[in-house]
Design a protein around this ligand. Sequence first.
Ligand SMILES: [Zn+2]
Length: 282
Amino acid sequence: MKVQKINNALFVQGKSNYVIVKNAHHKYFCLELTKTNNDKWITVKPHGEEEKGRHLKLEGDETPKEAMKRQWGVDVDKKKQLQPEKRSEKSVTTEKSESRISDIIKNDKNLRKIEKEIMTLEHEEGIIFDKDGNVLEKIGGEKHRVIVNEEILRKMNNKIFTHNHPSGNVFSSDDLFSGFAKASLRELRAVTPDGTVYSLKPMEGSNIKKLLPEFEQTEKKALRTFKESVDRKFKFGMIDLEERKKILYEDCNKYVNDKLVKMFREKSKDFGFEFKEYKQND
Ligand SMILES: [Zn+2]
């Protein structure tokens, strides 16, 4: 089974169908390619009205990637080539001197208070704090992501960034890439609607270049395993077609997210990161 990552969506190609797993900051699910006679359709979420997905017919032998480019002008390869921006010498110097300061926030009341305010929002909000828990910048987000531009990235250096995940999930690969490859955060946090706060802090010798591939491997493997186990149940008659469809759509996210949380718990240290989980009321 082949897995392709295209423009933030993961395409898992099965033997006879495409299942699209959208990582839309970032709820995972499997959707099947609908076949109408010989036509092949893909559904790309969360676009379209009420985010029910936008349907796109594949023409000829084109791949979903080619179809997306034809229809929406999405140049996936160009997007992939974007390299992390080189930071100015000045900011590097500042980071070094400030990193000696203890990174324990003595009073994180303000942080927790704001996380409580944003945890149940249906769209994402991001907030940059200094090491003492003072708000430096608020960034209003779209439903599935917080837009982080170059200016914001510069402001993030050596700071704490928190945001809410309406999906209930742990960090996404975009969070890790923006926070630790494009910028260099002191701490990355995400709060979910049930009040769970995930925290990731780089320690000495942290290596995002190794953590990211581990994340992506875990994500792909979980998606594959999930899909294959559902298919096996269907093959042996344990579930019918409708149940299969429902499980693929509804249960995928929890399965993949649990595997990712497990990866963070067990492996963050190997890559020089400290991973913690709190409950809002701890
Ligand atoms: Zn995020």
